[in-house]
Design a protein. Structure first.
Length: 635
């Protein structure tokens, strides 16, 4: 194949621009039909008739490039393609993808007859690149983006195709490392759009690939623009620098040129472009033709700036939040450490290097063997990363918990050669985890107690019930009382329950304008005491509603409590329940379960005393409960 160039003018240097993605710049190049003689030639012979600038262009393209005949058999590939594939297929014998297993990014197998190159040959049109994964002969996988374009001879006959594979594996690795380093940092590093163009110095027009048109914000159908159109997209502050660099390159007859500049898209967004350019000259040294590749490197620029800022942030975080980094070669095991790492391990300020053995010496004796054994196992399994938690003992005997995340590099012999990682002081997290464990245990204990209480209440209610209807009503009321107390405790995170609120909630169903009087100092009951007193209050209120003061319109209930005065020898809370205005109470022939709860629960559970009387005025109940059993405080 051959590349034809036309004459031009040296002063047209300022027309330099963009890049190659395999969809435009090579569309002028015809691929010769394969024959028996050609198939026997070496690769060097196959491409021997390609002129030097074009061969340089192919090798200079920062991606794998290969060509096939119309049947899909390989006729040419560059060194980048061989490196990406991990093998060197036979020319004119191997098909373009017959030697590799292909997958979509989600792991779904990609049939060879549906891969982009096959579609380009079958549909006789360029195929827009989509990310795919190739499994190489050694089993490793590599992510890439293909840009296949069919080739035709002068008569319009399909002669083959050219494809460029953009290796995006490094981008994938960078994203994984950044995400693993710190979940707070949302860095996204990806290869930008790639597009190609060719420029003719005589006509001053550019032929664009679809990718190149997309980069500049032109319609996808746009295939040709003038030099003026292109310059209108370039940021005006960058044009003088582009012109000066181009004039100098042409004056020195440079065949290769790399530029970085900004463009302003129609939507007003500013993008950074990296242009890799190849220039052809005629025998008089005048530029006649240019092919180029444009890469949108905006994300790379942003990532570089973000990494710079993150480096500063990590240094600050290392001091403030005890997060540090380190790195060492496995042959010397001399660690380079950050300020944060030194702070975590209590090393002298300014420490930047130390032997790994000194670091291991600070690990708790119960943890050191596990740390050493885990690293050995990860090395033997050729793992690339692992994490471990252990305790360290700082100078002065302070014990701290540390989480270390390690990333391992291997040499050509698959031996570990370098380890980099981060250390995070997780002492506070461990403290919280222990607190949570204790809370779960406490919750489990409380749930069991509640279930046992419900079981006992149900059994005693059944024994004291005269009918199933009476049993259901009584049990429902008592369970509702337990639920009410639980709701108050849950709302206050089980840190305590105000006595006044507990009394108000239990008597709420019976309150009218003036039938209930409540008064006393602020008292905060413990969770356990609140549940016990809540059950007693429920029985007192239920009895008053059925047989006592709350069963008559004129009835009144007074609930008062007091704490011991300063200097008093008493250490008990005194709680008084007084009923008046209701029916004259009658002593039951048989003690009910409710009265058993009132008389017996406080003494049994809280060590207090209860005096319950049925006077002609109404029921009276007085309780005295030790403050130490209530765990309360007063205002």
């Amino acid at each position: 194949m051959a590349v034809t160039v036309s004459s031009g003018d040296n002063e047209q240097a300022k027309d330099l621009g963009a890049m190659i993605d395999g969809s435009g710049a090579l569309s002028e190049v015809g691929a010769r039909p394969a024959n028996t003689a050609a198939s026997a030639k070496s690769q060097a012979t196959i491409i021997g008739d390609v002129n030097a600038p074009f061969r340089q262009a192919i090798e200079a393209v920062p991606a794998a490039v290969y060509m096939t005949d119309a049947e899909g058999r390989l006729t040419f590939y560059n060194e980048a393609a061989a490196k990406l594939w991990g093998c060197r297929p036979e020319l004119h014998e191997s098909k373009f993808c017959g030697s590799w297993k292909l997958y979509w990014p989600d792991g779904t197998p990609l049939p060879h007859d549906e891969c982009p190159m096959a579609l380009a040959l079958r549909q006789r049109r360029p195929i827009r690149g989509k990310e795919a994964i190739a499994e190489r002969p050694d089993g490793t996988r590599i992510s890439f983006i293909p840009y296949p374009t069919p080739l035709f001879d002068e008569s319009g006959r399909l002669t083959g195709a050219v494809n460029m594979l953009v290796d995006i594996s490094e981008r994938k690795r960078t994203e994984a490392v950044l995400e693993e380093r710190n979940a707070q940092f949302e860095l996204v590093s990806r290869i930008a759009l790639i597009g190609s163009y060719s420029y003719d110095y005589d006509t001053r027009t550019l032929q664009l690939s679809p990718g190149c048109a997309a980069i500049y914000g032109f319609p996808e159908t746009k295939r040709e623009i003038t030099q003026k159109d292109w310059r209108a997209r370039v940021h005006p502050d960058d044009l003088p620098r582009i012109d000066a660099t181009s004039v100098q390159a042409l004056a020195q007859r440079q065949s290769e040129l790399v530029l970085e500049f900004r463009i302003v898209r129609p939507d007003g967004k500013l993008r950074w472009i990296e242009a890799r350019i190849l220039i052809s000259y005629d025998h008089a040294g005048r530029p006649v033709h240019m092919i180029g590749a444009n890469i949108d490197v905006t994300e790379r620029k942003q990532t570089a700036q973000a990494l710079l800022e993150r480096t500063v942030q990590l240094a600050l975080a290392g001091k403030a939040a005890l997060v540090g980094s380190y790195a060492y070669d496995t042959d010397t095991e001399i660690m380079q450490v950050s300020e944060g790492y030194a702070a975590i391990h209590g090393l002298p300020e300014g420490t930047v290097e130390l032997a790994r053995s000194k670091c291991l010496a600070t690990i708790h004796s119960d943890d050191i063997e596990g740390v050493i054994q885990l690293r050995k196992e990860e090395f033997d399994l050729h793992r690339k990363e692992y994490s471990v938690e252990y305790r360290i003992i700082r100078t002065g005997g302070e014990l701290r918990w540390v989480e270390t995340r390690c990333f391992i590099s291997y040499d050509d012999t698959e031996s570990p050669c370098r380890v980099v990682g981060v250390s995070i002081d997780i002492t506070e997290r461990k403290r919280v985890e222990e607190q949570q464990r204790q809370l779960v245990a406490e919750l489990d204990h409380r749930v069991k107690n509640v279930l046992a209480t419900v079981q006992a209440v149900a059994a005693h209610t059944m024994d004291a019930s005269s009918s199933m209807e009476h049993f259901v009503a009584a049990l429902d009321g008592r369970i509702r009382s337990l639920k009410c107390t639980h709701e108050i405790l849950s709302h206050r995170r089980w840190l305590g329950i105000p006595l006044a609120e507990l009394v108000q909630r239990e008597l709420a169903p019976y309150v009218t304008d003036s039938n209930i009087e409540i008064g006393g100092p602020e008292v905060m009951l413990s969770a356990e005491a609140g549940q016990i007193i809540g059950m007693v209050l429920h029985e007192l209120a239920t009895n008053a509603a059925k047989h006592g003061a709350l069963s008559a319109p004129s009835g009144r209930v007074s609930i008062k409590w007091r704490l011991p005065l300063n200097g008093s020898a008493s250490d008990h809370l005194v709680f008084k329940w007084r009923e008046a205005g209701g029916p004259v109470p009658k002593s039951p022939r048989k003690a009910s379960y409710g009265m058993s709860v009132v008389r017996e629960l406080i003494p049994y559970e809280l060590g207090g005393t209860v005096e319950h009387l049925l006077s002609p005025e109404g029921a009276q109940c007085e309780m005295e409960i030790p403050l130490t059993r209530l765990l309360c405080w007063s205002a």
